[in-house]
Structure formats: C-alpha cells, structure tokens
Design a protein around this ligand. Sequence first.
Ligand code: GLN
Length: 482
Amino acid sequence: MSIQYKTIKELSLMLKSKQISNSELMVETFDLVDKYKDLNAFITLNKENALLKAKELDDNPLDLSLSGIPIAQKDLFVTKGLRTTCGSNMLSNFIPPYSATVIENLEQAGCISIGKTNMDEFAMGSSNETSFYGNVYNPWGNDLVPGGSSGGSAAAVAAGIVSGATGTDTGGSIRQPASLCGITGIKPTYGRISRWGMIAFASSLDQAGPIARSAEDCAILMNEMCSHDLKDTTSLDEDIPDFTANIDAPIQGLRIGLVKEFDLSKLDSAVVKVFEDAKKHYESLGAEFVEVSLPNINLSVPTYYVVAPAECSSNLSRFDGVRYGKRCDNPKDLEDLYIRSRSEGFGDEVKRRILIGSYVLSAGFYDAYYKKAQQVRRLIKNDFDNAFDKVDLIMSPTTRGTAFEAGSMNDPIQMYLEDLFTVPANLAGLPGISIPSGFVDGKPLGLQLIGNSLQESQLLNVAHNFQMTSDWHLKTPSSEIK
Ligand code: GLN
C-alpha cells in the first residue's frame, strides 16, 4: 500500500498494526523525495541518519506518540550536525552545534527528520523565488510557485512525500503556502512554540507551526511542538492543552466575524465565490456571521514592512563573516571582510530589507517610521481585542488568489501584498490557520480563520468541523505533474 498522501494518523496506525515497518516507510519516503526531486523542495537530506533511526525503531520499538513518523524540517530550524542554510548562501557551510527546541520536541516524540526544506532566503518572500538554492515548484502545476517562505515544506506535504512538516510564519509564511498548495497550516499564538534555534528574521513576529494534510494532523503536531522553554524569554508559560481533545466538538452557535474593511470586491469573482461557499458551509454547520470593524487593519502591510525589516536589519547584523557563515576570500582589511562577506552572502531581497530596516531605524527617521509603525501595531491589536468582544473568531480568504507562475510577479510591492490577509495576525500575535476551501482553475485556495490569543484548540476544532464535512483537503495533485 502506497504511503503517499497518507496522514500522520493513518501512518501511525499502519506502523502500529505492522502493516508497514519503520524502515519500509522511510525507504518509500525517500523514493518519493526522489520521484519529486524536480519540485526542489529539499536543500539538504538526512537520508542515512533517517534510515538508521527507522531501523533502530524496528529493532527496539518505542511507544512514543509520533514514533517513526517522517517529518520535513524547514531549513530555518538549526539541526545539530545537519547543515542549516536558511535558504542563504551566507550559511551554505553552516553545521549547527545544537538543535532548535522544536526539532528536539518532535524527535523526542518519535518523529524522524528526513531533511531540510527549501525556503525563501531568511524567510523573506512569498513565492520561494528568493532562495539561494533555486525556486521550489508547486505540485499542483508546472511552473507554479508554492508560496513562501515555507514553500519547500508546503510542496513536500502537498506532493504527499511527508505527512507533516515544520514551517515558520512571520507575516504569513505558513498560511500563504498552505493556501497555494491545498493543505493545512497553523501559525500559533506568538510565544506558544519556542523560538530557540529558529534563525531570527523579525523576532517579535516569528512563530513556528505545523504544515500538514488536515487540521487534526496539525493538532497532533502542535501537541509535541509547543512547550514552555526557558531558553526563549518570549516563550509563553501557559498551560498547553491536548489540541486533539475537543477537535470533534460541534460548532453550533459559533460567532464568526467578517472584517468590514477587507474589500473582497477587488478580488477575482471566482475567489470570492470560494469564500462565499465556505461561509455557507459554516452556516450549515450552525455558525453565525457577524460583521466586525477593524478600522486600522488596512495599515497592516505598511506597518509590517517597517517593523519586519527593522528587526531583520538588526538580527542579520550577526552575519559579518567573522563568527559563522560565509567569509569572503582574501579580505584586505576588516571593512573589506564585512562588506564583501555580506555582499556575496546575501541575495537581493535580503539586502533590500536590510536597507529599509537600517533606514527606518536611523536617528533621523526613527520617530517617523519605526516608532509610528509600533504605535499603529498597537492600534491593530486593539482593533482585534474589540472584535473579539463580539465574535469567537474571524474569517477571511488566506490569499488574494491562487498560485501564480514563477517569474510572473516582479514588483516587490505586489509580492508584499500577498500578505494582505495574513500579516494582521502576526502584528497582533494571534493564532491563524489556513485550510483548503476550494479551487479556481484547478488550483487550490485556502480559507483563513484567526482566533483570539491562545485559542488554537478552537481554531483547530472549527477547521476540523469543516474538514469532517467537506473534501477539499482530500484532493491531491495529479502525480503526472512534475
Ligand atoms: N511574505 C512575508 C515576507 O516576505 C512573510 C514572510 C514570513 O512569514 N516569513 O516578509
């Protein structure tokens, strides 16, 4: 029986009932990696080690919740002894001496990391075209982008190579690729999952989360990924529920907010239809829709593109050719070492962000840009707080449209607008999930649900209700493509 497109739940059952051994599962997984190598979803494979771990499990079975489940790890999480590039030339030779907490948590639960997935350089991008290691392609169509920045993870799950993968979401990088690849991804509340060992892009926005084939599988992964971590001072010291416990609960009487300020009439009518159909679907499940006003929400993209570059310019200053990462050949002096190492190590998008960030943080412009953006960020958070007095969660499309062709979106501002519906949740630190909700011209499209702080269980429950009564998440791309 093929393992392609199986969920974590199904694979666990197959392993437990001995329909398949851990080693067989791992061999088949790497066969799929090979079959889909043109997707360019992986930067570094962990094949030898993964096969060894699978064999060890066959020899000495362990009763762990995710025992033997192959997982693809975004190349932004440091992995002890396994090259971690963050999609950049800067780190092309970086072998970390320790592993991120998320990686450790998943491996302690029995997961086997099969490799590091391709991504936009330092997680900056929405199409996976900024990776030093080449574009990633979307299994739903030749030349389509998978979204970004967690594009390799999303493509690997959408192609059915792995049932689950890790992603990170600073402005939408879990939800946007999930939408474009027809799979499910959740960005938890800021601080739910430790950022220890995540290579920082914009520290006040970055949050890790799972990408999988269903909300239920996301819940299963969340159970292991979340932890209170003393090594990360922003890690939340809150109870971590069993995210699967109430996932089946009915949603009768749920109040879902629709944001008045999101003008959907600007979107393609087929995209709006997918959204309207999802609304009707939720109504049929007993949910009620309420219009909510978030007066500052349309300032989210400009606010994000001040705050995120500011933090990135500070975070990326550590890559100086001295401590780790790329060092230029034969530097003349220290300044030459800095300049050439950084010029050669970073790609264009990263340089653009560092320039913007340095500018908005400079003494003469700090008040006008960075300080102002932080103030607007607070207003956006207040808007959400007010909305959540009236509704349980908020629903919107995840993206403005479906996957586009690689090379077709050349204007960086247009690319930044890919995050229109996703960045507000990051600015407010709130959890958001994207679930498959339909197709336009044969390409998948996601629906976004944003919850109040720490309400991931509710989001997963509401998403699971949709998936119990629809089959969009069960669709798979034709294996003929790519
Ligand atoms: N697309 C956004 C950006 O380029 C978000 C990226 C992310 O969430 N890592 O910054």
